[in-house]
Ligand binder design. Structure first.
Ligand code: FE2
Ligand code: FE2
Length: 164
């Protein structure tokens, strides 16, 4: 399915999309059957849609780059481990550290990545771009998780139907 606002995403984030980190994101599952890459692209697109629909004056380049990098943690958080059990709290910091090793980030992008899990992590986002990301991330995560449940349910239903 074509990604909405892909031209804007490409204009500001081509180097990120082509980075080695994004290759890792393409093989790591985020929610349901969605990879971290799919999720990051969907969240970025949603951020642009929200800013346009609500006519919020944003720094478009920062919005795109911060959103693309918000889950740049680069590991499979579904593997059972003590570290992964607190992934929700720790991954914004890890994503920020990873992103800063490869890309030059400004204060808006840094804040977007660091604070995107609010209110799970207690410090609220500081900039309008960070608030938009925080909302877009939750909207996309919910959509992806529900679609995963639906696919699983339909698969089960088909199996029951075939065995009947
Ligand atoms: Fe995240
Ligand atoms: Fe996310």
């Amino acid at each position: 399915m074509p990604v909405k606002h892909y031209n804007i995403i490409l204009k500001h984030g081509k180097d990120i999309l082509e980075s080695d980190g994004m290759k890792t994101e393409k093989i790591c599952i985020q929610h349901g059957t969605y990879t971290v890459f799919d999720h990051s692209l969907a969240v970025t697109s949603m951020c642009i849609s929200i800013s346009k629909k609500l006519r919020i004056n944003v720094h478009e380049r920062e919005l795109v780059r911060g959103a693309l990098l918000h889950d740049f943690f680069l590991y499979d958080w579904h593997e059972r481990s003590l570290a992964n059990s607190i992934h929700g709290f720790t991954h914004p910091g890890i994503a920020l550290r990873n992103a800063e090793k490869v890309f030059k980030l400004g204060k808006i992008e840094r804040n977007m990545i660091r604070r995107h899990m609010f209110p799970l992590t207690p410090i609220p986002p500081r900039y309008r771009e960070s608030v938009i990301l925080c909302i877009a991330d939750k909207m996309c995560a919910t959509k992806e998780t529900v679609s995963g449940f639906r696919k699983k349910f339909n698969k089960k239903l088909r199996r029951v139907h075939n065995n009947a």
